[in-house]
Design a protein around this ligand. Structure first.
Ligand code: GDP
Ligand code: MN
Length: 390
């Protein structure tokens, strides 16, 4: 089966390109002049202060915008306005475009890839370099692995001079560029460390016809447990909260990981992995998940209750599928939460699969209220979908 929902990852915050650019600027990493707009008129206004030609780019949290038509070029202000109008009307890979970046188009001679990524497995920070800029890193790894130079940085020692030289050599750029390259790479590394990044990537890093290095795109992912340390990132986060739906905002308030989707089967799980697997099962059996909702580990009955209230109050949800793998999460605690939420917020059909810590006690509580508990998540998914279609 294909795993449709594996793009959700708990506790990471992806920055928009224009947000990443702000961090780049702060660290003196050169970016094309430009600004961000929410309407075609605003886009034109920004372009008025820039030199032609222009580039207009969709601001969405997925890669491959270029291929999806989300990156367009323009010569005149009228063209900028038109391109912005078109792009602001797009939905790219399921994400509605709300903003566009308008920037001066760089005359590019060569595109490279550089990035730092947290490698949890090896406890290193991996410094990646490839001369195949513009190609997604996933694709580089899959199709041209020999083009990728991976240097593993010991976090206690930090980025070393020789690594930067090796990276530079790998890109085969001319010597005059080295000073700029070195400064840029050390800046990007500093940003990575100081902002608690999981990923800080420039793809493409362009060498312009004027022999300048310019970050054409930014991709920065932050471990969001560290947001409290970074007021500017908190502001980015708050802006996101403003554009959230009522339910999403409530979830944020309760400290829940919630993403709204199109379907009608409510999903509640503990742990991002299990919750995604649950959503995948729902869609495997022909249903459509209405949401992603992860209550995390060790949730109290109150937290379970608040989580469930979000699904009970959502009118498009027909059935709720609760999938709990008890570890530090206690099944009896979850059961109490379910029972009281159903009393308080009104009932909907619920299908519960629950195993693990204090399972027997949990079952007893639910069965007293005529809620049957299943062992197999496949069976539970099937039943949930059948009920929803009835
Ligand atoms: P992505 O497709 O979402 O990664 O968006 P990018 O910002 O990386 O842009 C995709 C591609 O568009 C780049 O690899 C470039 O080839 C091209 N592109 C974007 N901006 C410029 C620019 O200012 N000048 C030129 N010549 N090409 C650009
Ligand atoms: Mn890119």
């Amino acid at each position: 089966m294909t795993l449709k929902f594996s793009i959700f990852r708990g506790s990471l915050m992806n920055l928009y390109e224009y947000e990443g650019r702000l961090l780049f600027k702060k660290y003196r990493i050169p970016v094309p002049s430009g600004g961000v707009a929410s309407s075609p008129r605003e886009a034109k206004k920004i372009a008025e202060k820039l030199k032609s030609p222009y580039v207009i780019k969709a601001q969405v949290l997925v890669g491959g915008r270029g291929k999806a038509g989300g990156v367009q070029f323009a010569e005149s202000l009228e063209e900028v306005e038109k391109a912005a109008e078109k792009i602001l009307d797009m939905t790219i890979k399921g994400f509605k475009v709300e903003k566009v970046l308008v920037a001066e188009k760089v005359d590019i001679e060569r595109e490279s890839y550089v990035g730092f990524i947290l490698n949890r497995g090896d406890r290193t920070i991996d410094f990646l370099t490839s001369p195949l800029g513009g190609v997604d890193i996933e694709e580089i790894v899959r199709q041209y692995p020999e083009s990728l130079l991976r240097q593993q940085i010991d976090p206690l020692l930090g980025l070393q001079e020789f690594m930067v030289r090796k990276s530079f050599k790998h890109l085969n750029l001319s010597k005059e560029i080295y000073k700029d390259f070195r400064a840029l790479i050390f800046s990007l590394y500093r940003l990575f460390i100081e902002y608690d990044c999981e990923l800080a990537e420039i793809n493409p890093l362009a060498l312009s016809k004027e022999k300048m290095l310019v970050a054409i795109d930014s991709k920065v992912t932050i471990d969001d447990n560290s947001l409290y340390k970074h007021p500017d990132l908190l502001e980015f986060k708050n802006r996101r909260v403003e554009s959230m739906s009522e339910i999403e905002r409530k979830a944020e308030l309760y400290g829940l990981n919630y993403v709204e989707l199109e379907g009608y089967v409510g999903v509640l799980g503990n742990g991002a992995g299990l919750t995604m697997a649950t959503m995948d099962l729902v869609s495997y059996y022909g249903g459509e998940p209405a949401n992603f909702l992860d209550i995390g580990g060790g949730a109290t009955r109150e937290k379970v209750g608040s989580a469930l209230s979000l699904l009970l109050e959502n009118r498009k949800i027909k059935v709720i599928f609760i999938n709990i793998l008890g570890g530090i999460t206690r099944c009896d605690e979850v059961a109490e939460g379910i029972v009281s939420a159903l009393k308080k917020y009104g009932a909907k059909p619920v299908v519960v699969r629950m195993i693990g810590t204090r399972e027997k006690e949990g079952r007893r509580i639910l069965e007293k209220h005529d809620i049957h508990v299943l062992d197999s998540m496949e069976e539970a998914a099937k039943i949930a979908v059948e009920l929803a279609k009835r």
